[in-house]
Design a protein around this ligand. Sequence first.
Ligand SMILES: Cc1cc2nc3c(=O)[nH]c(=O)nc-3n(C[C@H](O)[C@H](O)[C@H](O)COP(=O)(O)O)c2cc1C
Length: 154
Amino acid sequence: MSMLKIFVGTMYGGALDVAEQVKPLFEEAGYSVAIYDNPTLENLTGSPTDLALFCVSTTGSGDYPGNFVPFARSIAEKSPELGSLRYGLIALGDSSYGDTFCGAGRQLDELLQGQGARRLGERLEVDAMETFMADDAALPWVQEWIESQALKVA
Ligand SMILES: Cc1cc2nc3c(=O)[nH]c(=O)nc-3n(C[C@H](O)[C@H](O)[C@H](O)COP(=O)(O)O)c2cc1C
């Protein structure tokens, strides 16, 4: 069965909630789904990853949430070859933070592409100023993502 891994970076649980809410959509599309809320590089590279979804909020001043820091640091330091990785990215943020809006998601996108990974479609940026529950934006986005990128495997 094809494996979808969801990697979560969260401070207050919103991004984890998104991961849990979208999981059934991928199961319906034929994937076996694993959610990593304390992700490690081993989770990504230690076993086959047919597709990955990153759900990452931003804290501080454009920074990764604490639970995501070791994962991002490992990628930056170990520079793994990610040429076969296809992924989607949901960034949670708040536009009242100005220039650092969704800064963690944007940094992660650059980091992954720098290692050769390929993002499928556009990044979703969920603005807490406009969308109270990130799921409200994420669920339709994932439905559309699965359709538009022809990701169904069953
Ligand atoms: C202390 C603090 C710092 C934040 N800094 C940023 C920021 O720099 N950029 C941004 O877009 N959002 C920022 N946010 C907003 C969060 O990313 C947003 O509320 C998000 O929905 C939280 O998701 P989570 O529940 O998964 O942690 C910050 C929030 C807090 C509480």
